[in-house]
Structure formats: C-alpha cells, structure tokens
Design a protein around this ligand. Structure first.
Ligand code: SME
Length: 158
C-alpha cells in the first residue's frame, strides 16, 4: 500500500482531482472498512485542497452522526432534513452552498465557514452517509467539485 499520495496540485482543480482520485481508489481496493476509508478520504482532501473542514456524517436511525473528519470540532448530530447535511440526506442529492448565510437553516458548526458542498453516499437508493466540506472563503465549490466528489464517494466500498 502506498503510504504517501503524490498529487499534482499546481494545475486546475480538475487536474488535481484527476491525479488524486485513482490513488484513493487504489487505496480503497485494499480495504473494505468503511470508517478506515472515510478517514483516509478526509485526510487526503484536507491535505490536498486545504479546506477548513472535511468530514463524513453517518446515517444512524433518524439522525446523522459525526464520523471521520479533519478540521475543527463539529456538531455531532444532525436531524433528517436539518441544515445542509440533513437536506442533502432528504433530497438524496449533492448540494452546493456558495454563501452559507443565504441557506435557510444552515447549521454553523464553525463561524469561519463561508461556503459548503455536501455529497450523499447512496447505496440501493438509500443514503448511508454524507460527505460535508466547508471552506472559509465564499463560493469555493462548483460543478467540477460535484462531479469529482460524487465519483469519489461512489467508489467507496460498502
Ligand atoms: N453546516 C452543516 C453542519 C455540519 S458542519 O458544517 C461540519 C449543515 O448545515 O448541515
């Protein structure tokens, strides 16, 4: 197993994802533990892109419960349909929030967060978890992030 990632992060964002994803996919081929894979994904994304917060919330009964993450401490439980994460769970789709102050019901785990993307992990039409990424800058996420992060989340062995 590779112990270090070699990521080209001097080009475009798409080039960075294109360089990172195959390495994460290879890492996950050797490991079928969900939490272990989530932990490495959050570390790799945080280290590569330098975002404020990168983490997973896992669906447990009627709540999302905090899972592996990198960044400041965060709220541990989010209800179905609550905040950006709970809304992504309910709608079963990726949500991009260019300005968190404009998202009704946004849950501010960190006052430094300004924009956010949330990507659901879906298997057999059910959401198992969500990937949440926060930036300290406005408008940091777009269709390129959506496309590559969905590809990444879809490649997690479950
Ligand atoms: N902002 C999220 C809550 C999770 S933290 O950002 C880590 C939301 O509104 O669901």
């Amino acid at each position: 197993m590779a112990e270090e990632l070699e990521v080209l992060n001097k080009g475009t964002k798409a080039e960075t994802y294109r360089s990172l994803l195959p390495q994460l996919e290879a890492l996950m081929q050797c490991e079928d533990d969900l939490i272990a894979n989530m932990a490495n994904i959050t570390a790799a994304l945080k280290e590569t892109f330098g975002w404020l917060w990168v983490g997973f919330y896992l669906v447990k009964k009627d709540q999302l419960v905090l899972g592996p993450f990198q960044g400041p401490i965060a709220c541990t439980r989010i209800g179905y349909g609550k905040g950006v994460c709970g809304t992504s769970w309910r709608e079963k789709k990726t949500i991009i929030v260019p300005d968190v102050d404009e998202f009704p019901g946004h849950i501010a785990c960190s006052s430094a967060s300004r924009s956010e993307i949330v990507v659901p992990l879906i298997r057999n039409k059910e959401v198992l978890a969500i990937l949440d990424i926060d930036s300290s800058e406005l408008d940091q996420f777009d269709q390129t992030d959506k496309e590559w992060l969905e590809k990444l989340v879809n490649s997690i062995p479950t």
